[in-house]
Design a protein. Sequence first.
Length: 239
Amino acid sequence: MYQESQCDKGLCKMELEQQRTKALNETGQADLSENEYGYRIHLLNIIGEIEGHQCMGPVTKTTKYEHVLPELARVEEDDSVDGLMVLLNTVGGDVEAGLAIAEMIASLSVPVVTLLLGGGHSIGVPLSVSGDYSFIVPTATMVVHPIRMNGTVLGVKQNYEYIDRMQDRIVSFTCAHSDISEEDMKGLMFNTKELTKDIGSVLVGEEAVKMGLINEVGGIHEAFCYLYGLINQKKNSSI
């Protein structure tokens, strides 16, 4: 029987580390397994602007949905993945691309915890609540506002109806995956007293928890502890 040499082991470990570094650099994603439980956690990093069908400029930090969606499909189908940790710091971006990612995260069968760092603005709001449980650090912000349209917009009834229906999709998803009511969500979106050049609301840390958008204030330690607990529950229930 072939015995793997120390050189072979070292080479395999080096190649694996190179693959992890490449994946982290290119897509902001990584697999973590060196924890006390030996669980394999997939780390998804959603940062900058959510890029849709149009490519952003070379100096703009983006999260590309064509990278994220296939990786989430792999997480669902890979039996070795025990849970998903989603780190968010996003200014928003393409609505349909953001909703597609949020729907994929929400439909996963593995336990998912989200942690909001820095900001979760615009379409970052439904992304922040798409997991089984959500955390926000004390200084992170959530900006809740109506849909904004770029470029030429036709001032016709059909276009307004389309925007209204898209907005309803965001509200319904967010309310279905958090404890905020539809009335309170729309109240935050159409608030005219807080932003000087726009309508909407800014929630910081604990305020997002009090409004029911986020489950708990906490950092990376609390988020991982909760994820381990969800994985333990799932494994114990399947015995």
